[in-house]
Design a protein around this ligand. Structure first.
Ligand SMILES: C[S@@+](CC[C@H](N)C(=O)[O-])C[C@H]1O[C@@H](n2cnc3c(N)ncnc32)[C@H](O)[C@@H]1O
Length: 158
């Protein structure tokens, strides 16, 4: 599952490595753009329009990936618990998001609950949820006119 899949930038890179992806996004317009690219995505793709903080799914996944979405989620502990419950045993997470920033990353703050994260705190929440073999590392640095914004990648296993 790609949580907060948007227009599919991340999942289109992952598609060649897996059999099937479930794209979950609250936004009809994002899902519409992804739908229009469906033929270019190299695996089976299911697109679901839902708010994972309020609803859930009856399926279990082998892996949950997410890029640049968690800073839009208010309650981190709850979303990690949701991820945990949606994974098969030994299922994995790979979650990328911003390091703490001064609020300049977004030009408008609508739907932004966190100006990035402290890596140690982020990892502790995943650990408290029950995830193991956790590792956090720098995935990339986003270069914008307002500054350079490091992006971390947290990986772990149920
Ligand atoms: C910054 S975009 C990232 C999109 C994509 N992962 C990428 O890296 O290009 C964040 C996405 O999360 C989605 N989103 C925010 N809150 C959500 C929620 N509660 N449930 C599902 N999707 C959500 C938004 O609609 C948006 O498409």
């Amino acid at each position: 599952m790609d949580f907060g899949s948007g227009t599919g930038l991340l999942l289109s890179q992952i598609a060649t490595h897996v059999g099937e992806i479930t794209a979950v996004d609250i936004s009809a317009s994002m899902n519409g753009v992804l739908q229009s690219k469906m033929n270019a995505i190299d695996c089976k793709l299911q697109i679901l329009e839902l708010d994972l903080t309020k609803e859930t799914l009856n399926t279990k996944f082998d892996s949950i990936i997410s890029s640049m979405t968690i800073h839009h989620i208010e309650n981190l502990q709850e979303i990690f618990k949701k991820f945990y419950s949606l994974l098969n045993d030994n299922g994995t997470i790979a979650i990328a998001d911003l390091d703490k920033e001064d609020g300049s990353f977004h030009t408008e703050d609508t739907g932004v609950f966190h100006y990035g994260f402290d890596r140690n705190e982020f990892l502790s929440i995943a650990e408290n949820t029950g995830f193991r073999h956790l590792k956090i590392q720098t995935a990339s640095i986003m270069d914008k006119p307002t500054g350079n914004y490091p992006v971390f990648l947290l990986t772990g296993e149920k």
